[in-house]
Write a protein that binds this ligand. Sequence first.
Ligand code: ZN
Ligand code: ZN
Length: 229
Amino acid sequence: MIAMVDQALVERAKEFHGHICPFVVLGLRASEIALGRLGLSKAGEKETVGEEVLAIVECNNCFTDGVQVATGCTIGNNSLIYLDTGKNAVTIVRRGDWRGVRVYVDSEKLREKYFKKEAIGLFEKVVTKREGTEEDSEKLNRLWTEIGLEMMNLPEGEFKIEELKVKEIERAPIFESIKCEKCGELAMKTRIEYVEGKAVCLGCLGKSNALIGRGIVSNFEYPLVREKK
Ligand SMILES: [Zn+2]
Ligand SMILES: [Zn+2]
């Protein structure tokens, strides 16, 4: 029997994510299931510095924040791998044997079974159509938190759980930095291009890949605009 999500973890998720919602809690719960099956607890100092444990997520929504809080694998410690498949799923894997556990959430199934009709309607109005009143959004917040808390105790049977093999993923390489000859800023060597023999950064070139709300976009237009002095 694997322990359910505890209140302290939910509090940490709230601090990190800003609010309690069904998907942030589902991220916690899915991570706990996967960690439990692998006999792991949250990645600590040794694991995160050495990237010993990886969490592989497949979306950039509330769910992924739950995963980061529950596993300690974050985008900054290079233990979070982002696959741009757009699914609510997390795979936890330990380097070495590369055996992983993937937990997938069927949001359609859960919505029908656990989400109150009222909350779904309000979500449409407030979030999807952006037409809600102040009162609507407060009510949605309350309902959303309630449903979220229920997700803490969701039985394992509600998830799709697979044990699988993960192909080896490289550790984050350390690249030297090169100074851009246009702006003078240092950038990772692999992000420098040579224009007429001069090193230029992607910022100065005006395009780079970016992870935005809809996922990874290649050749995204550099959005930072400097006021001319
Ligand atoms: Zn959320
Ligand atoms: Zn530059």
